[in-house]
Design a protein around this ligand. Structure first.
Ligand code: NAD
Length: 473
């Protein structure tokens, strides 16, 4: 079914729900076909997607787009198709002795229409991965991609419309007004990926219709470097996590906690290694630009504020400042002598700036983490298993990578999501199937049920029976 371009979003939702009601439980073959159709359409336009993202950013490294958009989507669809049949199975559930020979089952069923609001930083992957989960669980979906990546959003709309009807998958492009209208719709589930600030607004809009939400939010993800860490490996792995997409990654290592005596060496080596990764920042095809002027100025402001408050700033490379500004490129930068009143220590950085906080012991670092919002990710570098266990058990974060950054996010076999202000719920792999399905409990009554013995009128016999049931219940 094709709708007019100016169809109100509420009517698109009605059309999707009607179509869902007419076929509310697509079988495995249909779901698999939908996923294969999605994969084919996306990969046939791979280069166009990469170009659109790059044009939206000013420049986005092609390798980063291949790695963090295309390969993630490919792996997600493959995993979904491989496991879907098993996830869709009706589950046997135990039945208490009192109710036998009747029996219980759990029947997974699609929820209906899933709303997806996605951000600009990995604009294809973060729109498509929730869609993979939604389609795998047998739903229809409406997507509102970010207004910061308009070319990508338009292309996504065209590509998805070439393989899905509007009552299967619909992309709503536009600005914040469209996003507000979108988040006020009575979806069966809403997935929002974006900032904690907007997530709070979206959750309130969804609550008006009692729409359950998966909130994939952001925050400051700490990195703790232990004395036992291999510093060469640690330096390059944190650098890679920070410089990917020029730091515009929700799980980028936001700041480092380490003993004061090691900070100077680490900071110098970090910059040296950054200059090896990127001999220049301006004009370098491997290095990504900052998405918009507003974000570029925000990062400059964070640095200026830190410097004014006494921080030392080390900038990698010797690129011409005007050229960098023209290309909206921010070189990898290390900020030392930080204090809590600096803005860079208060808000999510979302850029290639790495502040370092002096922290002498693991307890100091864990205290620091506990005294701040629960982060989306936490990284620990070291080789002391006792301390590693302590970190895992005493810190709360959405996820953890030990001795590297961000790799836990792309593991389809473990859930990914935030906790507290960094989010709620998860949608990767089986977690997505669970989020986008209703698990319906069904009790199958037996012909030989003794339930009739509890019918009124209640007599002494009924009371005796109740006493007996009380003993075995
Ligand atoms: P954002 O919150 O500004 O915008 C995200 C989406 O929300 C966009 O599609 C936008 O149109 C929409 N939106 C904006 N205002 C709205 C409103 N009032 N009502 C409803 N919707 C509205 O986020 P962003 O700048 O696009 O992305 C960066 C943020 O996303 C960072 O905080 C980052 O950490 C986070 N993020 C989280 C994950 C994750 O998986 N947890 C992944 C990527 C990014």
């Amino acid at each position: 079914m094709a709708l007019h371009d100016n169809t109100p979003l509420k009517d698109v939702l009605t059309a999707q729900r009607r179509a869902f009601d007419a076929a509310p439980n697509p079988d495995y073959a249909t779901r698999k076909a939908n996923l294969q159709k999605l994969e084919k359409a996306i990969f046939e336009s791979e280069q166009a997607f990469k170009d659109a993202i790059s044009d939206d950013f000013g420049h986005r490294s092609q390798v980063e787009s291949t790695l963090a958009e295309m390969i993630v989507i490919k792996a997600g669809i493959k995993h979904q198709i491989k496991h879907l049949k098993k996830w869709m199975r009706v589950r046997k559930a135990p039945t208490a002795l009192t109710y036998k020979p009747s029996h219980n089952r759990i029947v997974p069923q699609p929820l209906g229409v899933i709303g997806i609001i996605s951000p600009w930083n990995y604009p294809l992957q973060l729109a498509v991965m929730p869609l993979v989960g939604a389609l795998g669980a047998g739903n229809r979906a409406m997507i509102k991609p970010s207004e910061f990546t308009p070319r990508l959003s338009e292309l996504l709309k065209t590509v998805l419309a070439s393989v899905f009807t509007d009552d299967e998958v619909y992309v709503a492009t536009g600005g914040v007004e469209v996003a507000q209208e979108f988040s006020s719709l009575p979806f069966d589930h809403l997935v929002f990926t974006g900032s904690t600030k907007v997530g709070t607004i979206v959750a309130q809009a969804a609550a008006k219709n009692l729409v359950p939400c998966t909130l994939e939010l952001g925050g400051k993800s700490p990195t703790i470097i232990d004395d036992s860490a291999d510093m060469k490996l640690t330096t390059q792995r944190i650098l890679n996590g920070k410089a990917l997409n020029a730091g515009q990654t929700c799980v980028a290592p936001d700041y480092v906690l380490m003993p004061k005596s090691k900070i100077e060496d680490f900071a110098d080596n970090f910059i040296k290694r950054a200059e090896e990764f990127y001999p220049t920042f301006a004009g370098n095809p491997d290095y990504t630009s900052i998405v918009a002027d507003s974000h570029y100025s925000r990062l400059q402001d964070l640095l200026e504020d830190a410097e004014n408050k006494g921080a030392r700033i080390r900038v990698a490379g010797t690129d011409d400042k005007q050229q960098l500004a023209k290309e909206r490129r921010v070189p990898v930068t290390v900020v030392t002598d930080t204090t809590p009143d600096m803005k860079i220590m208060q808000e999510e950085i979302f850029g290639p700036l790495l502040p370092i906080v002096a922290s002498e012991t693991l307890d100091d670092s864990l205290d620091y983490v506990q005294n701040h919002d629960r982060p989306l990710a936490l990284y620990w570098f070291g080789n002391d298993k006792v301390k590693q266990d302590k970190v895992l058990h005493q810190s709360i974060s959405g996820g953890v990578t030990i001795n590297d950054c961000a790799w836990h996010v792309i593991q389809e076999d473990i859930p990914f999501g935030g906790v507290g202000p960094s989010g709620m719920g998860a949608y990767h792999g089986e977690a997505g199937f669970k989020s986008f399905s209703h698990f319906k409990g069904v009790f199958f009554q037996s012909r030989f049920s003794s339930g009739h013995m509890l019918y009124p009128p209640y007599t002494d016999k009924t009371k005796k029976l109740l006493n007996m049931i009380r003993k075995i219940a």
